[in-house]
Design a protein around this ligand. Sequence first.
Ligand code: URA
Length: 217
Amino acid sequence: MSQPVDADERARALAVLGTEASVCVACRLATGRTQVVFGSGDPDASLMVVGEGPGQREDEQGLPFVGPSGRLLDELLDEIGLTREAGVYIANVVKCRPPGNRDPLADEIDACKGYLRRQIELVDPAVMLTLGNFATKLLLRTELGITRLRGRPYEWWGGRHLVPTYHPAAALRGSARVLEEMRFDLAIVRRLIDGTYPGIGPASPPQVASTQLDLFE
Ligand code: URA
């Protein structure tokens, strides 16, 4: 699919995609949702954040990360000088709430990933921040866990960089160390956006096909 370069055109294409997604019935999650949580933020963002899937608050409000995890995410973004309104676009791997907040299933992720792919193409961020295992495993095409992968950036699809970190829910449940490590990862994001991150090497861990052109096939 061709890529509209103009920011207004990309914002319009994103809105059209959101309307399409709002009536999606491609998987069983359609039956339990209140509404589709497509994504929100700056369509011309330099950072795109990808979480796992909507929870109850998100399902009610139709917006990603509006509950406790979202408040922590906002704080962490604020610490690196970013807000959802300017410079950040937020989406999830699955756009509909899994019942009882269970993990999304492989076929649900599969049914939804075309939307995420198109969101990434349209927002065209310089940097991707993946929150937790689901987003990280999907976008880095790896089975390695977040603890192994975080703490460094990866050269990624289309000249972008990807920074994996914990899901904010892990910091809310976990130790102060998790939060400190998230701050460390967010500082990497800031430096990548500023172009001041030193020496990004080509090395990627095994199982990571970081130069693969089609991440979603
Ligand atoms: N957790 C997520 O992964 N996404 C949301 O939108 C909210 C909580």
